[in-house]
Design a protein around this ligand. Structure first.
Ligand code: SF4
Length: 441
């Protein structure tokens, strides 16, 4: 008899990708997905520890799940992901209702771990320190049937002073190009139209391999795969983005005109303290170069406000770059100390009210820029890939431009997976409304 599985995913795309892997493995053990926690036989939390708040959220959720476990002692609660990797068995001490803890590198052993929990009705933990991404079995479950994530590199060697990723996901390990290409060919055979190549720093791809295939070359190889119409990638590190990559982006038809390039701060003093390895001038010159190669490029970024010691002057420099670059989207964060990191021991913290003020200030500026840019698209037409029905309004279809803008439109036909032309009729803050352009014969 099949059992119900609920999975709660926190954090970045890498975690969402890992959750697809987790669901696929557990479906192999006869679990069926449910959104209803009350009817679940197993609840998995795939966690994120990038900020303190993300950790607090997980432990509050575990507090709520404790009551469900009291009502149903057979319920299995698992905690995976970055918090599990860092905290290990301390989670059992803080949340005794948890049955299973598995690290970011143990997902492929989940079947045997779950069986062990079911058999002995006791606690099981697995936290590996290393693994070979080339021996990972293929994903057997994906949420989308149109666009697929494909991991190309795991871990990060950069050790930015505020970031836990090198501690939660380990050192950089690239997957072999032949395995990546086989996976993408398989996705094309299944009808996928778009792939997003995933890695903490995709530009580092291949540095740990001896076959000489680097990231731009990998893109050229993926470009050749029939059936795949669009190629995206996240995340690029500004210090590593090369002219070769810019040429590749310009010259390849399938690589979309969107780049996520995290700035983090506009102040060289803060960038240095963050260990980012570039100055704001170098960052801006790469953006200029990129725009000269691909004038229509859409750029998004990540910014952290309130890094320890950030002065008004440092903050103003970030604000200036925000206004100068005019990003289409930003992901804005208030600095949150992580004890495992180098910056975690810094003392000159920015008071919470100042962080809040700086956060709101940038958010307000960015909202104006995003809205202005989206309004400017009204009346234009663009090519979109239809992803499916809109979650907010199931009467509408949701789609994405090559530049990564979401366009919602009405249709009485299910056009999932089709690439069509739409006219933009309204530009909103986070998405666009469009209408299908009917082609006469
Ligand atoms: S590049 Fe820096 S911020 Fe990005 S994952 Fe690596 S250490 Fe973290």
């Amino acid at each position: 008899m099949s059992k119900n599985l609920a999975i709660l995913t926190y954090g970045c795309q890498m975690n969402k990708y890992d959750s697809e892997r987790i669901v696929g493995i557990l479906k192999g053990l006869d679990f069926q997905l449910t959104d209803d926690l009350r009817s679940a036989d197993m609840i998995m939390l795939n966690t994120c520890s990038i900020r303190e708040k993300a950790e607090q959220k997980v432990f509050s959720q575990l507090g709520r799940l404790k009551r469900l476990k009291e009502d149903n002692p057979d319920l299995i609660i698992g905690v995976g992901g970055c918090i599990a990797q860092i905290k290990g068995d301390k989670i059992f001490q803080r949340a005794p209702q948890v049955d299973l803890i598995f690290g970011t590198l143990n997902i492929d052993h989940l079947s045997s771990m779950v069986r062990e929990v079911e058999k002995k009705r006791g606690r099981v933990i697995g936290i590996a320190k290393d693994f070979d991404p080339d021996i990972q079995p293929p994903l057997t479950f994906r949420e989308s049937q149109v666009s697929a994530w494909v991991n190309i590199i795991q871990g990060c060697d950069n050790y930015c002073t505020y970031c836990v990723v090198p501690y939660t996901r380990g050192r950089e390990r690239s997957r072999s190009s032949s395995i990546i290409l086989d996976e993408i060919r398989g996705l094309a055979d299944q009808g996928y139209k778009e792939v997003t190549l995933l890695g903490q720093n995709v530009n580092s791809y291949g540095k740990d391999k001896s076959d000489g295939i680097d990231f731009p070359q990998l893109l050229y190889m993926i470009e050749e795969i029939d059936g795949i119409k669009r190629i995206r990638f996240v995340t690029s590190h500004p210090k590593d983005i090369s002219e070769r990559l810019m040429y590749a982006m310009r010259d390849m038809n399938k690589v979309c005109e969107h780049l996520h390039l995290p700035l983090q701060s506009g102040s060289n003093r803060i960038l240095n303290k963050m260990g980012r390895g570039y100055t704001s001038e170098e960052y801006l010159s790469k953006i200029d170069r990129l725009k000269s190669f691909i004038p229509e490029i859409v750029i998004s970024t990540d910014i952290i406000v309130g890094f320890p010691g950030e002065t008004d002057d440092d903050f103003n420099k970030t604000e200036e770059i925000l206004k100068e670059v005019e990003y289409d989207t930003i992901f804005l964060f208030k600095y949150s100390p992580r004890p495992e990191t180098l910056a975690g021991s810094l003392s000159n913290h920015v008071p919470p009210n100042i962080k809040e003020e700086r956060f709101n200030n940038l958010l307000m500026i960015q909202k104006e820029i995003s809205l202005k840019k989206n309004k400017a698209l009204e009346g234009t037409s663009d090519e979109v890939l239809v992803e499916g029905h809109s979650k907010k309004d199931p009467g509408k279809l949701t789609s994405r431009t090559r530049s990564n803008k979401i366009v919602n439109f009405y249709s009485n036909r299910d056009m999932k997976g089709e690439i069509i032309e739409v006219k933009i009729i309204r530009g909103g803050l986070y998405s666009l409304d469009g209408e299908i352009i009917e082609r006469g014969c």
